[in-house]
Design a protein around this ligand. Structure first.
Ligand SMILES: [Zn+2]
Length: 214
């Protein structure tokens, strides 16, 4: 019993105070100085096929990718604040005039699996305010069986819906990683169908193969 309590205490301690860098695995707490430096924002913008402009702070590779995955898949919320800073920089380059920020919601399956919504956590960490509660995943048509399928479901047309009429309201969409752009496109469609104007989108990172300003 005593041994069990010691183990439990050590487990709790390692969750509260991670002892390896979330970016490179080196013995450090949170993020080592090198990985922290890799989070200096380098914003670049692209335009999706639907006309939505997306500005991303970082490239999704190396220690940046590892740190984002550590937050999303290992629950390393200790790195959320460090990741929120470049996201705030990307948001700052696209917000002009009165707009509200909207975090692209997790699919229901992803939220159940993780127990939290990484994009909402990142947005809160920026200090720029919480996400407007206007976007939700549509009711699942069938229960998803695999994680891959669950993540893909977030991208399907019709997978998101506005929770209220949004006529005359202006929004900037926020997401963690831009890959194909299908998620942002679907979220923008849901907002526009409800009457909103989607001014722009900002993400923490984009995949490096994207060309800037294309
Ligand atoms: Zn590191």
């Amino acid at each position: 019993m005593r041994r069990f309590l010691v183990d439990a205490a050590l487990d709790a301690w390692s969750v509260l105070m991670p002892v390896s860098c979330a970016g490179c695995g080196a013995a450090d707490r949170g993020l080592c100085p090198g990985c922290r430096a890799a989070l200096d924002p380098q914003p670049r913008s692209i335009r999706l096929a639907d006309g939505t402009s997306v500005t991303s702070a970082l490239r999704y590779e190396g220690s940046v990718r590892h740190a984002i995955l550590a937050l999303k898949e290992q629950g390393r919320t200790d790195v959320a604040r460090a990741l929120a800073r470049p996201l705030a920089a990307a948001i700052g380059t696209v917000v002009h005039g009165p707009v509200q920020l909207v975090a692209v919601p997790s699919s229901r399956a992803s939220f159940r699996r993780r127990g939290f919504d990484p994009v909402a956590v990142l947005l809160r960490g920026t200090g720029l305010g919480r996400s407007a509660r206007v976007l939700a995943p549509s009711a699942a048509r069938t229960e998803q069986k695999s994680l891959g399928r669950a993540d893909r479901a977030r991208n399907l047309p019709g997978s998101m819906r506005a929770t209220m009429p949004l006529d005359g309201r202006r929004f900037v969409l926020i997401d963690d990683v831009l890959t194909t752009g299908a998620t942002i496109t679907e979220a923008a469609r849901a907002l526009r169908d409800a009457g909103a104007e989607v001014v722009s989108a900002a993400t923490l990172a984009d995949t490096p193969k994207r060309s800037a300003d294309s």
